[in-house]
Design a protein around this ligand. Structure first.
Ligand code: DP6
Length: 339
């Protein structure tokens, strides 16, 4: 396809956040944005990023609108980086207009970069006419944000650790969304944006935390437990791995100098409620990402009860149920010219 044919082409993609049941935290030192540890996640329906990419032969640079306003430079740099890789692959020199919107709070530890770059990799490859497999889109998204590699796939997803020599590294689906009747109850503990982005938080942790080597040694074992629990559909075993992974990751970050603490008082209150519910016999396990929200793994049949209990916790501003969902996909095709 030539740039003359591409001019005016548009594609829109949707992607969902994912929650890591076994966490990634820390990159390899040999470049290419490779994770130092394996991770296992579940992609969630109910929250979504929608991203539209339009190619414009008259444009002299890329533009990026987030929720209708010009995005901050730090966000734009990552978008342009991904677009540049797609242009190289496509042999194109056309700039793009990118419009993206989330239906959940951005940069608050609800994994907005994961759904954002999964959606962008999907829309951008389509609009530039690159016939990309799931693996190629996942690897492309991963080069910008590691967790985004996992949101390209639906359901339960694995991303192995990077090894020396890796350039392409993609996530793979372990089980489709309908394979296991579980739910994640998201207990939001603030409406504000987080203070330390995950990229910076983990780089600082790698550089200064005395616990980081222990984390890198420990995380693969917890990942293996999570993978075995998924294969056996054993939620008790998964829940144990989920909490082990989350608390070890945060211990690593908290030990950084100066400390990286993502939690607020609502986080602690929500964790206490999860423990109380579990003591009362409910199957509930807590996990937190690079933000103060608490995500609770539970059986689908118990999700309403868990949501109601989390809503009543002081410091929890909202709680909602998210079920396993699909990977990133095109909503409207590049074939439809926008002008
Ligand atoms: C705590 O994928 O946002 O959510 O690769 O630098 O973009 P970059 O970081 P990002 O980190 C996610 C960290 C986490 C755990 C996880 O999702 O595995």
């Amino acid at each position: 396809m030539s740039d003359r044919d591409r001019d005016g082409a548009a594609a829109e993609a949707i992607a969902h956040p994912n929650i890591a049941l076994a966490k990634y935290w820390g990159k390899r030192s040999f470049g290419h944005n490779l994770p130092a540890v394996p991770s296992l996640s579940v992609t969630l329906e109910g929250m979504a990023t929608r991203t539209r990419v339009v190619l414009d032969a008259a444009a002299t640079s890329d533009t990026f609108l987030l929720a209708g306003t010009v995005a901050p430079d730090a966000a734009k740099v990552r978008v342009v980086g991904l677009l540049h890789r797609v242009r190289q692959r496509a042999g194109s020199s056309l700039f793009a207009r990118v419009e993206s919107a989330n239906d959940f709070p951005t940069s608050s530890g609800l994994a907005s970069s994961a759904s954002a770059f999964a959606a962008l990799a999907t829309a951008a490859t389509a609009v530039y006419g690159v016939d990309a497999s799931d693996a190629e889109r996942s690897s492309l998204a991963r080069k910008t944000s590691v967790s985004a590699a996992r949101s390209v796939l639906g359901g339960f997803v694995e991303l192995r650790a990077g090894i020396e020599g890796d350039v392409e590294l993609a996530a793979v689906q372990l089980a489709p969304p309908e394979a296991w009747e579980v739910a994640i109850v998201v207990a939001a503990t603030t409406r504000a944006a987080k203070e330390t982005a995950s990229t910076e938080g983990m780089a600082h942790t790698v550089a200064t935390s005395p616990y980081h080597a222990a984390w890198v040694d420990y995380a693969p074992r917890v990942f293996e437990q999570a993978k075995a629990a998924l294969a056996a559909r054993d939620i008790e075993k998964m829940g144990d791995a989920v909490e082990a992974s989350a608390f070890a990751m945060h211990a690593d970050a908290i030990a950084a100098r100066p400390t990286v603490v993502y939690w607020n008082p609502g986080t602690m209150a929500a964790i206490a409620e999860v423990r109380a519910l579990r003591k009362g016999g409910l199957g509930v396990w807590a996990t937190m990402d690079a933000g103060p929200h608490v995500k609770v793994l539970t059986r689908a049949a118990d999700a309403d009860r868990v949501r109601d209990a989390m809503r009543a916790v002081p410091g929890v501003v909202d709680a909602f149920i998210a079920r396993p969902g699909a990977g990133s996909r095109i909503l409207s095709d590049a074939a439809s010219s926008s002008r």
